[in-house]
Design a protein around this ligand. Structure first.
Ligand code: GDP
Ligand code: IMO
Ligand code: MG
Length: 422
C-alpha cells in the first residue's frame, strides 16, 4: 500500500502529467485534489498526445481508477469535452471515473468575472478559466457543488440567487448586461444527466480502498510557488497545490500519506505575471523556450524561462516535504556550453537565509549563481544512469545537494520510455 502525492515544485508545467502517467502503472487509483481546467497535463504515448485539464493523468491505464476530488473546481463543458475526447479515442471510463459530490462547479459567471478582473488594473495573468471567482464562492459558502445537481428545485433556486448577485455586480460595477439564468440552469441539468453515473462520496471510496491495501497517487495541479498560501501571492492560483492540499482536497488523512514526490524541471518556467528572479531575457532564455517547446498546454501562451533556481526548489522541498524527486526535461539542457544554477538570493548586498515569498522582496532579489559545465551530448536516448555523461551526473548531484532531496527518476524526453530510474 502506498499513498503518494505528486507535486509541482516550481511554477507549474514541470511535467507532472508525464510522470503521473508513468507512475500509474504501479498504482490502483489516481486522484486530482485541487485546481481546475487551468491545469494542462501532457502525456505522449506512441504518436498520440493527450492534454488533460480535469481528468487525472492515470486514465490511460485501463486498470487504474481515477478520482476528481472535492478540492477540484469543475467546469461542466471542460469535463464533458474531456470525457468525449477519451471516448473518441476508444478509452473506456465506465466504472473507472469517480467525481466527488463535494467538488464545486465553475459557472459561466465565474469565467466572465475572471476575464473582467484581468482587464482591470490588478492583472494576475490567469488562464481565464474562472478559477479564482469559483473558489471565492466556495469560501464565501455560496458555491454550487456537484451534490446540488441532485436536487433540481434547490439547484434552480441556488443558481437564481447566485446569478442575481452576480448580475447586480456585472451591471452596477462593470457596466455589463448580465447573464441569462435559463441557459445556465439548462447547462447544469444536462451536465447532471451526463455525469450522474460518476458521482460518489470519493472520500469514503478512497479511504476504503486504502484500508484494503490499494495504492493511490494524488496528482497536484500547478506548482508550489502558485500556492495561494505559500506562493508568490498575489501572483498565484486560488488553491493549495502544495502537499497539504492533497489531504483537504481528497479527504485522505495526513497519517495515510507515504511519500511526497516532487516534480522538478531542470530549469525554471513561469506563465502569467509575477516575480521570477532567474528569468532570462536574452538569447539563452529564448533558447530554453525553443528547445523546451515552452508554450502553455492550456492557453498556448509563451512560458517565461530561466535557469534552475535551487534556492526556490529547496523552499518547495521544505514546505511540501518532498522525499522523492523526479528531474524532468533534462534533455533540454543538452546543447548548452555552461549551465547556471541559482543557489541563493542577495538583496542590497545581504544574502538571504530563507526564500522570501513577498513579491516586493522577490522583485529586488538578485540570484547568486554557480556555473557548471554543459555536457553537449544528446541524452534523450539514454535509459541508464551510468551511461549519462559525467557533467550531467555532476549537474544532478549538485541540484540534489542544493535542494535537499534524493533523485529517483530523470526524464529525458516527453515519452514514457524516455525515463531513467535511479
Ligand atoms: P504539467 O502541467 O506539469 O503536466 O506539464 P505540461 O504538460 O504543461 O508541460 C510539460 C511539457 O514538457 C509537455 O509538453 C510534455 O510533453 C513535455 N515533457 C515532459 N517531460 C519531458 C522531458 O523530460 N523532456 C522534454 N523534452 N519534454 C518533456
Ligand atoms: P499545470 O497544472 C502553469 C498560473 C496562471 C496565472 C496564475 C493564476 O499545467 O502546471 P488561474 O487561472 O489559476 O487563476 O491563474 O497561475 N497557472 C499555471 N501556470 N501551469 C499551470 O497548471 C497553471 N495553472 C495556473 O498562468 O499566472
Ligand atoms: Mg501544464
Amino acid at each position: 500500500m502506498s499513498v503518494s502525492i505528486v507535486v509541482g515544485s516550481q511554477w507549474g508545467d514541470e511535467g507532472k502529467g508525464k510522470i503521473v502517467d508513468l507512475l500509474s502503472s504501479e498504482v490502483d487509483i489516481v486522484a486530482r485534489y485541487q485546481g481546475g481546467a487551468n491545469a494542462g497535463h501532457t502525456i505522449e504515448v506512441g504518436d498520440k498526445k493527450f492534454v488533460f485539464h480535469l481528468i487525472p493523468s492515470g486514465i490511460l491505464h485501463e486498470n487504474v481508477t481515477c478520482v476528481i476530488g472535492n478540492g477540484v473546481v469543475i467546469e461542466p463543458a471542460a469535463l464533458l469535452e474531456e470525457i468525449n475526447m477519451l471516448k473518441e479515442n476508444g478509452i473506456n471510463i465506465d466504472g473507472r471515473l469517480f467525481i466527488s459530490r463535494n467538488a464545486h462547479l465553475i459557472m459561466p459567471y465565474h469565467k466572465l468575472l475572471d476575464s473582467i478582473n484581468e482587464q482591470g488594473k490588478k492583472k494576475i495573468g490567469t488562464t481565464g478559466r474562472g478559477i479564482g471567482p469559483s473558489y471565492i464562492d466556495k469560501y464565501a459558502r455560496k458555491g454550487i457543488r456537484i451534490a446540488d445537481l441532485l436536487n433540481k428545485d434547490s439547484l434552480k433556486e441556488k443558481i437564481r440567487t447566485n446569478l442575481e448577485e452576480k448580475n447586480n455586480l456585472l451591471k452596477k460595477v462593470y457596466d455589463h448586461t448580465g447573464l441569462e439564468v435559463n441557459a445556465i440552469i439548462n447547462e447544469c441539468l444536462n451536465f447532471d444527466n451526463e455525469i450522474d453515473q460518476y458521482v460518489t462520496d470519493t472520500s469514503a471510496y478512497l479511504n476504503d480502498a486504502i484500508n484494503k491495501g490499494k495504492s493511490v497517487l494524488l496528482e497536484g495541479a500547478q506548482g508550489a510557488l502558485l500556492d495561494v498560501d505559500h506562493g508568490t501571492y498575489p501572483y498565484v492560483t486560488s488553491s493549495n497545490p502544495t502537499s497539504g492540499g492533497a489531504c483537504t482536497g481528497t479527504g485522505i488523512p495526513p497519517t495515510k500519506i507515504t511519500d511526497v514526490i516532487g516534480i522538478v524541471k531542470a530549469y525554471t518556467t513561469r506563465v502569467g505575471l509575477g516575480p521570477f528572479p532567474t528569468e532570462l531575457f536574452d538569447e539563452t532564455g529564448k533558447k530554453l523556450g525553443e528547445v523546451g517547446a515552452e508554450f502553455g498546454a492550456t492557453t498556448g501562451r509563451k512560458r517565461r524561462c530561466g535557469w534552475f533556481d535551487a534556492f526556490l526548489v529547496k523552499y518547495s522541498t521544505t514546505i511540501n516535504g518532498i522525499n522523492k524527486a523526479v528531474i524532468t526535461k533534462l534533455d533540454v539542457l543538452d546543447s548548452f556550453d555552461e549551465i547556471k544554477v541559482c543557489v541563493g538570493y542577495e538583496i542590497n548586498g545581504k544574502t538571504l537565509k530563507y526564500f522570501p515569498t513577498s513579491v516586493e522582496k522577490l522583485s529586488e532579489a538578485k540570484p547568486i549563481y554557480e556555473t557548471l559545465s554543459g555536457w553537449k551530448t544528446n541524452i534523450s536516448g539514454i535509459r541508464n544512469y551510468e551511461e549519462l555523461p559525467n557533467a550531467t551526473k555532476e549537474y544532478l548531484t549538485f541540484i540534489s545537494k542544493q535542494c535537499g532531496f534524493d533523485i529517483n527518476y530523470v526524464s529525458v524526453g516527453p515519452k514514457r520510455s524516455q525515463t531513467i530510474v535511479i
